[in-house]
Design a protein around this ligand. Structure first.
Ligand code: FES
Length: 123
């Protein structure tokens, strides 16, 4: 969803566990990000690996490893926790994905800050 609102997606659109690509902001260069879910918890990150800056998804909306316990970068296989985005294995071990604060409100996964401000911050 890229309508300039704070809503990234519907909570029910996320598998458990699952992930979904989203774009944030209304300008020509929206921020590419993704949302992950485990149980009732949701987390969002910029879709940019701290190793070489590549997008992480290996297929559309596929950000998780085979057993869906960790986020996996498609380029060189770095693994990150869902809850913190911290890299636990791979060439960027010890670094973290850039977290985006979200919460669930009336069934929607919602940004806690202005989307265009987020785009500027992570540009
Ligand atoms: S770009 Fe992600 S592991 Fe290399």
């Amino acid at each position: 969803m890229s309508d300039g609102s704070h809503v990234l997606c519907r909570f029910e659109d996320l598998a458990d566990p699952g992930s979904l690509a989203v774009s944030i902001g209304t300008e020509n260069w929206p921020l590419r990000a993704f949302v992950v879910r485990r149980g009732e918890q949701v987390f969002a990150y910029v879709n940019r690996c701290p190793h070489a800056g590549h997008p992480l998804d290996w297929l559309p909306n596929r950000f998780l490893n085979g057993d869906e316990t960790l986020i996996q970068c498609a380029s060189h296989g770095a693994l990150f926790t869902l809850e913190s985005g911290h890299c636990v294995v791979g060439p960027c071990a010890g670094k973290s994905l850039m977290a985006i604060a979200v919460h669930v409100v009336t069934g929607n996964v919602v940004l806690t800050e202005d989307p265009d401000a987020l785009v500027q911050r992570f540009a």
